[in-house]
Design a protein around this ligand. Structure first.
Ligand code: 3MF
Ligand code: MG
Length: 435
């Protein structure tokens, strides 16, 4: 075990009036919201990479954190890191965690050694998960950090890298399956380009589509019951990333006949980078039937990159959970905190406090979203705005009419459409009543 979090007690719910930094003010795990406990709506997960693998470096400076598991170059320190991680899961009471292969074991001399190390850590996790009851929300492969991935993984111009990517995803999907993972995620940080001058877009799209079909085929062969999730992001580290946003990924899934086999893991910060709101991406994914899970964080609105900060804006989070609840809530998905401390937040307690705050913001947002949905006013006003389409004539117009018939009808009935107020400000005022 580790004493990294020594002296920090399990976090308890103390209510909105609590002044205790290390207590929940809104996240009351067993409190029933819309018929089920809050914890089963939110399904919180800790991101191993940000909380335990990241050493505090940024493009202009190196390590700031000094942890008992540093240097992260041996299986011994990999186990110490795992001990600290499960200690934090226990303190926070989170039901899940997520990992990349590279987060949990040091890279080996070759693929075989890397795989053996991964399997050793999966055995170690298995015992801890059994002991603690913490589940795996999703596993994934880091196919973006090592230099072999610099020109892509599945979309790489070198077929050897494509093969290495296939072997890597197989190992990580097997590991996720072995741990009873609820999902498997693919974020293509290098599946894109730095310059069109050396890029064959058609070829790379074909490779990416074929690769995803191979992943789905394998998932079915091993009987993995979790959901395969693509995580959209428009750029960073690539100049342009192919899985740009929900709409782009959906078109890609359609092209390769995968819309029934793959859903999306949607990240707040990535939605913003793509020029959308988080709730836009969630609402669109829900309308297309591909809403799977979320990476919860926030970006700094003054910086044009993915700052992966913990969420602290309840109104924004409420609109996100409104779309999730309206879509029926998570099934295998959940709320993964793809969020990291600022590199100056050095203390173990900072890691705990960051998650406590993030969990509380999500819980407050969930409760506001549930109140909005149960109250029904917003949906009633939305339905009223489209009521004109409910008539038989309107449905016949939509499903059977021709343009000639439109013209005939408009002239015969001398139709002169009269615009009606969209009531946006009143709707925004209504939302604020729940916050
Ligand atoms: C990058 C990300 C990634 C993905 C992770 C899982 C490192 O902006 O969000 O986090 O979430 O690779 O797909
Ligand atoms: Mg993410």
């Amino acid at each position: 075990m580790t004493d990294f979090f020594e002296g920090i007690d399990p976090i308890r719910y103390e209510g909105p009036g609590s002044e205790n930094d290390l207590a929940f003010r809104h996240y009351n795990p067993d409190e029933v919201v819309m018929g089920k406990p809050m914890k089963d709506h939110l399904r919180f997960a800790v991101a191993y990479w940000h909380s335990f693998a990241w050493e505090g470096g940024d493009p202009f400076g190196g390590q700031t954190f000094l942890r008992p598991w540093h240097p992260q170059d041996s299986m011994e320190t990999a186990r110490i890191k795992a001990d600290a991680a499960f200690e934090m899961f226990r303190i926070l009471g989170v039901p899940f965690f997520c990992w990349h292969d590279a987060d949990i074991r040091p890279e080996g001399e070759n693929f075989a050694e890397s795989k053996a190390r991964l399997d050793e850590m999966i055995d170690y996790f298995g015992v801890k998960m059994e002991d603690t009851g913490v589940g795996l929300l999703w596993g994934t492969a880091n196919m973006f950090s090592h230099r072999r991935w610099m020109s892509g993984a599945a979309t790489n111009p070198d077929p050897d890298v494509f093969a290495y990517a296939g072997a890597t995803v197989k190992a990580c999907l097997d590991a996720t399956h072995r741990l009873g993972g609820q999902n498997y995620v693919l974020w293509g940080g290098r599946e894109g380009y730095e310059t069109l001058l050396n890029t064959d877009l058609k070829r790379e799209r074909q490779q990416a589509g074929r690769f995803l079909q191979m992943v789905v085929d394998y998932k079915e062969r091993i009987g993995f019951q979790g959901t395969i999730l693509i995580e959209p992001k428009p750029q960073e580290p690539s100049k342009h990333q192919y899985d740009y946003d929900v709409a782009t990924v959906y078109g890609f899934l359609r092209d390769f006949d995968l819309t029934d086999h793959v859903k999306l893991n949607i990240e707040q910060g990535h939605a913003i980078l793509a020029g959308h709101s988080f709730e836009h991406e969630l609402a669109l994914a829900a309308s297309l039937g591909v809403l799977g899970s979320i990476d919860m964080n926030r970006n700094d609105y003054q910086s044009g990159w993915d700052t992966d900060q913990f969420p602290n804006n309840t109104p924004e989070v409420a609109l996100a959970y409104y779309e999730i609840l309206k879509a029926g809530g998570f099934t295998t998905g959940g709320t993964n905190f793809d969020a990291k401390l600022r590199r100056q937040s050095l203390d173990p307690e900072d890691l705990i406090a960051a998650h406590v705050g993030g969990m509380d913001v999500c819980a407050a947002g969930l409760k506001a979203a549930a109140a909005m949905l149960e109250d029904g006013k917003l949906e009633a006003l939305r339905a009223e705005r489209y009521a004109g389409w409910d008539s038989e004539d309107a449905q016949a117009l939509l499903h059977h009419a021709t343009l000639e018939q439109c013209e005939e009808c408009v002239i015969e009935r001398d139709i002169r459409p009269e615009p009606r107020s969209g009531k946006q400000e009143r709707l925004e005022n209504l939302v604020n009543r729940y916050l």
